[in-house]
Design a protein around this ligand. Sequence first.
Ligand SMILES: [Zn+2]
Length: 142
Amino acid sequence: MEANRKDLTAEEIAALRSSKVAIEKKAKPWVVKEPPKELNEDNVIYWSTTYQKLMGLGDRPIATKAHRFLKEKCVKYNPDKKAFEVKPIKGYNKTTYTVKPTNDEIGFKCNCQYHTKTKKVCSHILAVRLSLKIKNWNKKNE
Ligand SMILES: [Zn+2]
């Protein structure tokens, strides 16, 4: 007797179809996002709680500007002054701001108008924090 598809019963066809569907629908395993070995100017924002907090508070311009300071390598440590210098973003302004370490909760103070007035984390302090995070993170994973 010749066996072909026509010999299959309706139930057998249905069973074949459902098993194929089941294989196709098989859930993909969870992709667990592991911390990266190396932090850089782009992925540091996902691992910085300060950055996340500022974004949550709606301080998006500060977070965005800090990110640009990093991308354009504006943050430099000046050992003579024992302070960080945040150079201006090209075409944005011309002032270099000084960020000095402090013992308060923020950990730094900046001589820009925003920080002087509000005592909050400004884009310069955030840029320094992010650059330190990159440096320490990569040192730990060397
Ligand atoms: Zn500042």
